[in-house]
Design a protein around this ligand. Structure first.
Ligand code: FAD
Ligand code: NAI
Length: 475
């Protein structure tokens, strides 16, 4: 006999589990189906983000940064470290514990909010506007029915054609987060978010890291001035990034991987690596959903086709997160999940795509919201810019981390903030102020007039806002 719900969510990543909690808060009898398994075969909700994405990568970024500080950074503070060692097993174990805490946290939240959890793969059987039948294939096979279905099945790492991931030598994000011995030479294909974050982790732990990027520009989507500064800082740390390369043949042998490529000058090159991370983007995941069986429309790139409200072509079927258009970010997935649950309840759920922040958790961090200078130029928008370097910020000096800057872009006439770009310490936290300001359509003068604590990194934000009007006080 099937169990009936008001709302069934397929996928328990940030998009799905948050949608389920919000639907339950709104009074719907809600279920969430997720198939992710932990090493014992048990449930591990949280999706890519919790299991092989945001959370474990940030755990390793933190641990490896501590290691780097202890190796090179503490000396200037007068702290002498002798007999420093790396226990990689323990570091990976800690990362796994952090992941498990998050998995358990979600199971607790489901109980607290009375969301029924089903462990297994959900696939559409049949349905129409009156309701859908969904089969759950797990330890036991069950069928659930619901009037509303939210699909949040996420994404998978994209492999290079003919070069499948074996997670031993050729690694996706999954293997890149679980290397058990620091490789001497690590190759990375793709200088995007994963390439730079995972490249940073393993470089800090001692690997010689070479990143091969197809595009001629470093971080092409980032404001050019910020991207240039970031490239300079990361290169100085020892990350070798080659831009404008064309990847040729890749051969995985017994001990390592050979990558043939053409460099930006057109010269043939060969890289020999102990391991190779391939981080060239991700593809939407609709495997096993039986989308075709019920006529759920996908777009030409394999994403579930949705409108601006996350409605699919099927009545009462919605889709959110990485499996639909838009940036592949956990917080974007969450916002869509909340908005859809609210729309089902007849409310006016809302996601503002113009104020979704981006963060790359390198050191220093890179964070931005809104338009880049190159976008404003291309769109013919008249703007004013103001920048402030962390070098002139007292807190950054005290921290011993003065790299980078804050940059404001504001409308030339109205002074409305159009974009804020940061490369520097704690950029991930600093960007929140800019997001709030832009959500309230603040001007740069608004930020410039707000009292910021001293000494704090946030003063650099205020000073950059002052610099829009050419009146920075400390630079
Ligand atoms: P997912 O998290 O992929 O979750 C989908 C879930 O659905 C999975 O558990 C999957 O098993 C399950 N599922 C799929 N099909 C079915 C089915 N038929 N039945 C049942 N279950 C199914 N984003 C950030 O914002 N910040 C970061 O710092 C960040 N770091 C990242 C680091 C890495 C290495 C990677 C790979 C990604 C990172 N991301 C980050 C991106 C982020 O992980 C994704 O944007 C986010 O996980 C998308 O959430 P989602 O709910 O759409 O999908
Ligand atoms: P990405 O899109 O960030 O970067 C992929 C890079 O690979 C691009 O620079 C692209 O030009 C390059 N590339 C593509 N094909 C190539 C080829 N054949 N040869 C060489 N280079 C090639 O994708 P990535 O790093 O795989 O991450 C996937 C997504 O996961 C990100 O876009 C982001 O949405 C999410 N993510 C977010 C994080 C965060 O928010 N901090 C951290 C990690 C991932």
């Amino acid at each position: 006999m099937s169990k009936n719900f008001d709302v069934v969510v397929i996928g328990g990543g940030p998009g799905g589990y948050i949608a389920a909690i919000r639907a339950a808060q709104l009074g719907f009898n809600t279920a969430c189906i997720d198939e992710w398994k932990n090493e014992k075969g048990g449930p591990a909700p949280g999706g890519t983000c919790t299991n092989v994405g945001c959370i474990p990568s940030k755990a390793l970024l933190q641990s490896s940064e501590h290691y780097e500080h202890a190796s090179h950074g503490f000396a200037e503070h007068g702290i002498e470290v002798k007999g420093l060692g790396l226990n990689l097993d323990k570091m990976l174990g800690r990362k796994n514990t952090v992941v498990k805490q998050n998995n358990d946290g979600i199971l607790y939240l489901f109980k607290k909010n009375k969301v029924a959890f089903f462990h297994g793969r959900g696939s559409f059987v049949k349905g129409d506007a009156n309701g859908y039948e969904i089969k759950v294939a797990g330890a036991a096979e069950e069928t659930v029915t619901a009037k509303h279905v939210i699909v949040a099945t996420g994404s998978n790492a994209r492999a290079l054609p003919g070069v499948p991931f074996d997670e031993q030598l050729i690694l996706s994000n999954t293997g890149a987060l679980a290397i058990t011995e620091v490789p001497k030479k690590l190759g990375v294909i793709g200088a995007g978010v994963i390439g730079l974050e995972m490249g940073s982790v393993w470089r800090r732990l001692g690997a010689e890291v070479t990143v091969l990027e197809a595009l001629p520009a470093f971080l092409g989507a980032v404001d050019e001035q910020i991207a240039k500064e970031a490239q300079k800082l990361l290169t100085k740390q020892g990350l070798n990034v080659s831009l404008g390369v064309k990847i040729g043949e890749i051969k995985a042998g017994k001990k390592g991987v050979t990558v043939e490529y053409t460099d930006s000058k057109g010269d043939a090159q060969k890289g020999e690596f102990d391991k190779l991370i391939v981080s060239i983007g991700r593809t939407p995941n609709t495997i096993g959903l039986n989308a075709e069986g019920v006529g759920l429309k996908l777009d030409e790139r394999g994403f579930i086709a949705v409108d601006g409200d996350c409605k699919t072509n099927l009545p009462n079927v919605w889709a959110v997160g990485d499996v639909v258009r838009g940036p592949m970010l956990a917080h974007k997935a969450e916002e869509e999940g909340v908005a859809v649950a609210e729309r089902i309840a007849g409310q006016h759920g809302h996601v503002n795509f113009n104020t979704i922040p981006w963060v790359i958790y390198t050191s220093p961090e890179i964070a931005w919201v809104g338009k880049t200078e190159q976008q404003l130029k291309a769109e013919g928008v008249q703007y004013k810019a103001g920048t402030f370097p962390f070098l002139a910020n007292g807190r950054a000096r005290a921290l011993g981390d003065t790299s980078g800057m804050v940059k404001f872009l504001a409308d030339a006439k109205t002074d409305e903030i159009l974009g804020v770009h940061i490369v520097g310490p704690m950029a991930s936290e600093l960007i929140a102020e800019a997001v709030v300001a832009m959500e309230f359509r603040a001007s740069s003068e608004d930020i410039a007039r707000i009292c910021h604590a001293h000494p704090s990194l946030s003063e650099a934000t205020k000073e950059a806002a002052l610099a829009v009007d050419k009146r920075a006080l400390n630079f």
